[in-house]
Design a protein around this ligand. Structure first.
Ligand SMILES: CC(C)(COP(=O)(O)OP(=O)(O)OC[C@H]1O[C@@H](n2cnc3c(N)ncnc32)[C@H](O)[C@@H]1OP(=O)(O)O)[C@@H](O)C(=O)NCCC(=O)NCCS
Length: 218
């Protein structure tokens, strides 16, 4: 199928999702495989994520990607900030010439209930409980909260974060008229920073992304 979704966030930032139906050779035509990913399916996901980067910005220098000790991929000269996610047969990427970015995609499954207490602060659990009377929305919102925190983790990039305490929903979730969902977050690892996470539901997955001023020191 190829490109499943693409959105131009603003003049300098784009996000996209690829539905993987190709085999490895398709991606290897464009993507230099540097990473030592031994599991064939994980390698396919890895390649699809990389493949999306020049799909978004044709001059994206795939050859120049480096991997930090935290496993965050980056470009030394910061020509672009970018972030990648994969799950099942989907891969997502966000690329920006101007902003720090993080993206995550996640399949919606009840498995999320088994780990929710580990990543949600009590205040977030209380807020989520208000949606319990609508079980589908409740599970989708729970998955979005997880995805939002994974996106913030990648946006930060330095690891060593408590999902429960260092990133917190700090206001009501807004379900917008254009299918976008907006979540106000506070990043509390250092001096608190306000972040806005944008999310969207695509059956059977959700996507969340975060952007901020690239000069922001956290
Ligand atoms: C790094 C992490 C966010 C990846 O998330 P995931 O759902 O396993 O996998 P995704 O497919 O969404 O993302 C993988 C991509 O994230 C990127 N990535 C890996 N480490 C990263 C980091 N430290 N910062 C930014 N991006 C990172 C890579 O691009 C990777 O894909 P690639 O190797 O093919 O390039 C996750 O493994 C992790 O470590 N989470 C934090 C662990 C934690 O504290 N959990 C507590 C929960 S209560």
């Amino acid at each position: 199928m190829g490109l499943f979704y693409q959105h131009n966030i603003n003049g300098g930032t784009k996000v996209a999702i690829w539905r993987i139906e190709e085999d490895e050779s398709f991606f290897l035509n464009k993507v230099p495989l540097k990473s030592n990913v031994s599991h064939p399916y994980k390698r396919l996901q890895h390649l699809a994520g990389r493949y999306l980067l020049p799909e978004l910005y044709t001059d994206f220098p795939l050859e120049e990607i480096q991997i930090a000790d935290t496993r965050k991929p980056f470009l030394q000269n910061e020509q672009y900030h970018f972030s990648i996610s994969h799950c099942g047969n989907y891969a997502a990427a966000i690329v920006s010439g101007e902003e720090r970015v993080g993206v995550d995609i996640e399949l919606v499954t009840p498995r999320m209930y088994t780990i929710m207490h580990k990543f949600l602060h009590e205040s977030e659990q209380d807020y989520l409980a208000e949606w319990e009377y609508m079980s589908k929305v409740h599970l989708e919102l729970l998955t979005i909260l997880w995805s939002a925190k994974e996106a913030i983790y990648k946006w930060y990039g330095l690891g060593q974060l408590s999902f429960r305490d260092d990133m917190r929903l700090c206001g009501p979730v807004v379900f917008g008229s254009s299918d976008w969902i907006t979540l106000p977050f506070e990043f509390r690892k250092h001096e608190p920073v306000k972040l806005t996470v944008h999310a969207r539901i695509f059956d059977p997955l959700v996507m969340a992304y975060v952007t901020s001023d690239a000069a922001l020191k956290v």
